[in-house]
Ligand binder design. Sequence first.
Ligand SMILES: Cc1ncc(COP(=O)(O)O)c(C=O)c1O
Length: 396
Amino acid sequence: MAFKFSDAVSGMKPSEIREMNKIATTPGMISLGGGMPGPESFPKKELTEIMVYVMENYGDMAMQYGNTLGISSAINAISGMLGKTEGFTPDPTQIIVNSGSQQGLYELGTVLANPGDTIITEEPTYVGAISAFSGNRLRMEGVEMDSNGMIVEKLEQTLKKLISEHRAPRFIYTIPTFQNPTGYTMNEERRKHLLEIASGYDIPVVEDNPYGKLRYYGNDVKTMRSMKGGENVIYLGTFSKVMTPGLRLGYTVAPEEVMEKFNLIKQALDLATNSFSQFVAYEYIRRGIIYTQIEENKRIYRKKRDAMVTALRENFEGKGEWSEPEGGMFSWLTLKSGADTRAMKDKAIKNGVAYVSGQAFSTNGSQKSSMRLNFTFGSVDQITEGVRRIGKIVEE
Ligand SMILES: Cc1ncc(COP(=O)(O)O)c(C=O)c1O
């Protein structure tokens, strides 16, 4: 049978990240590739207790289909948690619980844009967002970044250019805090400026914030959703980095009129998010475990981040430039020689170390001599050794 495939899937490429998850489990391999939390950060004991408690106390509901937008106790708990950690307390009617924030990204692409429409992202940006938006057949226009995040002056130039080409973007997607893949954080001034520009052009802003709670150094920068003028920002959050990604739980906060549309698309996608996971998250927040776990994760990851930064300084002085993020899960390394990191990858894997090449995160095929290095999955020794191996390959 000769199957004919849709333009949507024909235009999509397999993600280097999915490949990474396979490589990460190869014996002897040091994986600095995938964006995985360290397994030692999973609160297994607490979650086991909660899971038994959920079955004994809410079993009938936890095993049942749930509301499309989410279980109300989970939604209320998420609202309260955001008030404590992110500086805004959305009305529960403004929250949808999704199967990871990844699903939220896909929903956005379906709800806010039509195939062929243009959206703005950072360049480089999260590879999973590229997948979600490509799946919706959207065109991505990346705006250059520096170590203070998206260069907002360039955003305005891009907007003007797109409007003159009759391609006004449907939304602006940003990961302002500890960005994936660069680790950069947008400063408060730029956040403010971005909100003003977006409001001036009447374009929705999407703030994706999976890493904001994982700050190891420095002072918090306000979430855009909590800032003056940020009331209409569509905000995505997740339990993946502060509980476990295995339970697949994320959420989107958006004004009610957008929520109505999410409700429709969510029914088409999977009817509702996993009820059991939502009850687990509810208890996880209600017992306050999330707040102690965030502190625990910060303790674990701060050491690993330091090991990454030290190893980069030892191996790449004069040979590259890298980010030294104050939080999150990634450093971004750019080679001065201009070497193609994708071409180098097979050699790296043969030498027992994996990373994701910069191009995987590019909206326009650039970032060829950069790579993303994850510092949360491996041990301190593996991170040190992995960066040393990459340094050796670069030298060769
Ligand atoms: C920026 C960003 N957004 C969204 C996600 C998706 O996370 P999840 O679907 O596990 O909530 C990730 C995962 O790495 C991410 O880095």
